[in-house]
Design a protein around this ligand. Structure first.
Ligand SMILES: Nc1ncnc2c1ncn2[C@@H]1O[C@H](COP(=O)(O)OP(=O)(O)OP(=O)(O)O)[C@@H](O)[C@H]1O
Length: 269
């Protein structure tokens, strides 16, 4: 249940302002693509274009060969799920009712959910470590639990393409790693925006770096997040180190040296 994604000559505008231009890249079915970039680089805008919510100003996005923005909302919702960065949960909803919204595209109009829907909701809640939360009012959740409920709704949509905007926000270390493991292990194509470059390097098959209104070539983390790229785009130092147990490359992020500061080589300092 995964779909290839093809982005060709994509330009995205908000109002009369071009936010992204000349984006051309493609993801194969089942890949996990990380999107990184400084604040305001256009990560959320790109995800909205991939979701078919934002109509491209030029170029196109094809998911499994289909331009999503030409589909009805219901058809689109069977192909792509977008978990936004922030969303107010509707007051008076129970967690189970909210997560069940993810199954709406599969229901006949005006029909209730039934056993299949309950099973889908329970599975999605188990996936985000909230098993048994169905009856809990959504306004009685912590920030991290709210975040995981949003993710559960995205999982319940059972789409071949899953878009996650800053999915690790508000999550503790355990749930960040669990979520990213879930994303990697799922058989969907996933595109996720991340601020944490080390997590992006450790989790994603390939990484797209947005910078100055466009994207650098989509590449494996070692190349996409090479120290010189990270220095130029983010103004920080990235040091690749090999994890002693797994052998995977991890990035240590630190402040860039201040080139104007006098160099102090005094021993012992
Ligand atoms: N409605 C709008 N009209 C014009 N410009 C907008 C509008 N909404 C957002 N922008 C601008 O578009 C740019 C891209 O915004 P976007 O939210 O996609 O960036 P981002 O990379 O997701 O940012 P962040 O890391 O801060 O979440 C920003 O410069 C933002 O100020």
């Amino acid at each position: 249940m995964s779909a290839p994604v093809q982005v060709t000559g994509l330009r995205c505008a908000l109002g009369d302002r071009t936010v992204l231009r000349e984006l051309t890249w493609s993801a194969t079915a089942g890949e996990t693509i990380g999107v990184v970039g400084p604040n305001g680089a256009g990560k959320s805008t790109l995800l909205r274009a991939l979701a078919g919510i934002l109509r491209p100003a030029a170029g196109e996005v094809l998911v499994d060969g289909t331009a999503l923005h030409r589909l009805t909302a219901r058809q689109r919702a069977r192909r792509v799920a977008l978990v936004p960065q922030e969303e107010d949960l509707p007051p008076d909803f129970l967690v189970g009712e909210f997560v069940a919204l993810g199954t709406t595209p599969y229901r006949a109009p005006w029909s209730g959910g039934g056993d299949a829907e309950r099973a889908a909701v329970a599975a999605a809640l188990r996936a985000v470590d909230l098993a048994g939360f169905e009856e809990r009012p959504v306004d009685r959740l912590s920030g991290g639990e709210r975040r995981r409920v949003l993710l559960a709704r995205g999982f319940a949509q059972r789409t071949p393409l899953l878009l996650l905007d800053e999915p690790t926000n508000h999550l503790d270390a355990h749930h960040q790693l669990e979520l990213l493991r879930l994303v990697r292990d799922s058989d969907r194509t996933c595109v996720l925006s991340l601020h944490d470059l080390a997590l992006a390097a450790a989790t994603c098959d390939r990484v797209l770096v947005l910078h100055e209104g466009t994207a650098r070539p989509l590449a494996a983390p070692d190349e996409a997040l090479a120290p010189e790229v990270v220095r130029e785009v983010f103004g920080v130092e990235a040091t690749p180190v090999t994890h002693p147990r797994t052998g995977r490359t991890h990035l240590l992020i630190g402040a860039a040296p201040n080139e104007d500061a006098p160099c102090d080589d005094t021993p012992g300092r």
